[in-house]
Design a protein around this ligand. Structure first.
Ligand SMILES: *Cc1c(COP(=O)(O)O)cnc(C)c1O
Length: 457
């Protein structure tokens, strides 16, 4: 047993329920406001974009929500995912710490995003939706949703940020292989896209613009098309808890329990997925695991942002939520971890950070690539640049344990592989990457530009 490296579950161990942290969270949920009226949103407003079942999951307070059998059938194509003890990395570091990672890159699209893409496609199909619209930046979310839509017979329109569309042809072709239609955003298919192109024909696009286009198409479709989001929302975080529920069983197989859990955060979903089941154990069963969200110094919403009400998107079409934010008009620097370039954070993760139940750290870009390469050379998996933020923090923890001569049990989520990110690795290995520090004055300036939002009691 003591030299075991992979901890595998059987298909029959696949979770039957998602865990809803809202049942146990000591912090009450904050209201979601309409972007126009700044009044709490009604289910009617949301039902233009989402099927009712997902809206109900968004506000549910039940502790466990059953995973439909149709969703579990497709999860079985890649779940349960392996938990691996990084023995060779431990040796390379010379640390007494035990390092474990949960490998979500084992999914067909190469990241954890399939865990929510599959149920979102399912609940839309069940509600009679014919087609979905979405945005994608680097392409991981678009790939995951393309596969899920194909399996449930839904059409999919993906609005892909133009600069990525041109720079990442393989992600686009992967989406097309699964049958999606992919457009370089800004497009001339929407009012918003045409208005952007009219003022800047060479616009490289942004996630904010792409979200606005995907939302507009769904809103104007008379119910035929719905919109789908890959992070941030409560139901998305909840779908990801299959990661942590499996990891709990697998740590049990390893006869250990983590002292600390790391996950990278963009919108917060893969971190929530691994951390929330361990948070439940902290809150209800007396465990004391440290839960640490790891973000880039270039977009440090949790460590430098303000916890306040702000718009979810740049065009101010998305709901206003209470979150750690750098300001909705913040334009993130072009770091290679495209999936972490978001001005805000999931409201649920933000509230738990504010309540000191979750910790946060920020790491600079070059240090994440250094960690990624050390990990790849020891463990044989090239990590996604996003996931490498969690690896950096895990390695730093293992080195700290070494310096103090402590045996510590470390668990991190390897949210995806980096096989489509070779350009980023090439730039690190053969060129030069910049490290960005977010200037403190910039936060104050961004906050001054926020609309005055009177918070409902
Ligand atoms: C999208 C993505 C992320 C960031 O999104 P979260 O919602 O914060 O998880 C992290 N890792 C990978 C591999 C991704 O594709």
């Amino acid at each position: 047993m003591s030299d075991q490296t992979r901890f595998l579950l059987n298909e029959t161990d696949l979770p039957k329920f998602w865990y809803n942290v809202q049942a146990d969270s000591p912090v009450p949920p904050t209201p979601v406001l309409h972007p126009g009226t700044l009044e709490p949103v009604t289910p009617d407003f949301l039902s233009v974009l989402f099927p009712m079942e997902l809206i109900m999951q968004e506000i549910a307070t039940d502790r466990y929500i059953p995973i439909p059998e149709e969703v579990r059938e497709i999860y079985k194509l890649y779940r349960p995912t392996p938990l691996i003890r990084a023995r060779r990395l431990e040796q390379a570091l010379g640390t007494p710490a035990h390092i474990y990672y949960k490998y979500e890159g084992a999914s067909p699209s190469g990241s954890h995003k399939s865990n929510t893409a599959i149920p979102q496609a399912f609940f839309n199909k069940a509600a009679g939706t014919k087609a979905l619209t979405t945005e994608t930046g680097a392409g991981q979310w678009g790939s995951a949703l393309s596969m899920a839509c194909q399996m449930f017979g839904l059409d999919l329109e993906v609005y892909m940020v133009k600069v990525s569309y041109n720079q990442k042809p393989y992600r686009r072709i992967l989406m097309e292989t699964f049958g999606a239609q992919v457009f370089a955003s800004p497009t001339d298919r929407t009012n918003y896209g045409r208005s952007v192109l009219a003022s800047d024909p060479q616009s490289p696009g942004s996630l904010g613009i792409a979200i606005s286009e995907a939302v507009e198409v769904a809103a104007a479709s008379d119910g035929a098309k719905k919109y789908s989001l890959g992070s941030v929302l409560n139901h998305v975080l909840m779908h990801q808890t299959v990661i942590g529920e499996e990891a709990l069983k697998q740590m049990d197989l390893a006869d250990e329990y983590p002292d600390v859990v790391f996950g990278c955060v963009g919108g917060g979903s893969n971190f929530a997925g691994i951390a929330f089941p361990f948070l439940r154990e902290n809150l209800k069963n007396g465990k004391r695991t440290r839960l640490v969200a790891v973000e880039p110094t270039a977009t440090p919403s949790l460590t430098k942002g303000t916890y306040t009400f702000d718009y979810g998107d740049t065009a101010r079409m998305a709901p206003v939520v209470k979150m750690h934010t750098l300001g909705h008009d913040f334009v993130p620097p072009s770091i290679h971890a495209g999936g972490l370039r978001y001005h805000g954070m999931a409201p649920m993760v933000s509230a738990l950070v504010d309540a000191n139940l979750i910790d946060a750290v920020a790491v600079p870009q070059n240090a994440t690539f250094e960690a990624a390469i050390q990990f790849a050379r020891a463990e044989g998996i090239v990590p996604a640049p996003e996931s490498s933020h969690a690896i950096r923090a895990a390695i730093d923890e293992a080195l700290d344990a070494k310096a103090k001569g402590e045996k510590r049990v470390i668990l991190f989520n390897l949210s995806g592989h980096g096989n489509f990110d070779m350009t980023a690795y090439e730039t690190y290995l053969h060129g030069k990457l910049e490290d960005y520090e977010y200037p403190a004055e910039a936060v104050a300036e961004a906050m001054a530009r926020l609309p005055k939002i009177s918070v409902p009691a």
